[in-house]
Design a protein around this ligand. Structure first.
Ligand code: PLP
Length: 231
């Protein structure tokens, strides 16, 4: 990468982050919330360490990755430069990657089935290690989508908290791409309220403003910060 590219990249990402922060401030003001109550998770999947570093240099410290292996290649090096990073796993976790994920991530947002919850509890009992956890809800009841089914959500949340004593801090969802997201965000907030869970991770590049109006405490934004991932 030439210096030219690097510096225009840096300026672009700083400008994107400034614009997003303004939008966060506005969305909060519209509903009487404090901007400091909304955490921007910079979703760095499919972007290399040099590109991601621009957001770190701009002062951002909370990042999301959706694959354990990709994060394992990218983040140990970046963490040496920026030790106070908080890294969130936002993609599906297979139990055979659990050990690596626990070692690498500060938060796992995608606890979505009893098998994974049990494995996390077992690993915690054996090692004492467990990151903060959010439960992913299949909020749009989509057959192919990850997340605990809506009709099983209340029992699953209760089981994770009371029987397994897992550190469940909140809920996470990804609404169906082709539907109005607002009702889904409202429903996630309602389920979180029911279980006294403070954290609601919802809203991406296209809908984070609506998510904030409906109670998001964590928004996960990739494209609007880093540009297209070139799929
Ligand atoms: C990729 C991804 C995002 C970010 O999506 P953008 O549209 O690029 O902002 C957010 N959440 C999850 C779970 C993702 O996989």
């Amino acid at each position: 990468m030439s210096d030219q590219t690097l510096s225009s990249d840096t300026a672009d990402i700083a400008a994107n982050l400034a614009e997003i922060q303004q939008n966060i401030d506005k969305a909060c003001a519209a509903v009487g919330r404090e901007p400091s109550d909304v955490t921007l998770i910079c979703v760095s999947k499919n972007h290399d360490a040099d590109h991601v570093r621009n957001a770190l240099v701009d002062g951002r410290r909370v990042f999301g990755e959706n694959r354990v292996q990709e994060a394992a290649g990218k983040w140990p090096g970046l963490r040496e430069e920026f030790p106070d990073v908080e890294l969130h796993l936002i993609g599906p976790l297979q139990t055979n990657k659990l050990k690596d994920a626990v070692a690498l991530f500060d938060v796992i947002e995608t606890v979505d089935r009893p098998k994974l919850a049990n494995a996390l509890a077992k690993h915690r009992d054996a090692t004492g290690d467990c990151p903060d956890l959010y439960i992913q809800i299949n909020i749009g009841e989509e057959p192919q989508k990850a997340g605990i089914a809506l009709m099983d959500a209340d029992d699953f949340i209760t089981d994770c908290i009371t029987r397994l004593k897992l550190p469940i801090k909140g809920l996470m969802c990804i609404p169906p791409v082709d539907e109005e997201p607002a009702p889904h965000f409202a429903l996630l907030s309602k389920i979180a309220d029911r279980h006294d869970l403070a954290i609601r991770s919802m809203g991406m590049s296209s809908d984070y403003k609506a998510a904030i109006r409906l109670g998001a405490t964590h928004i996960r934004v990739g494209t609007a910060i880093f540009g297209s991932r070139g799929y």
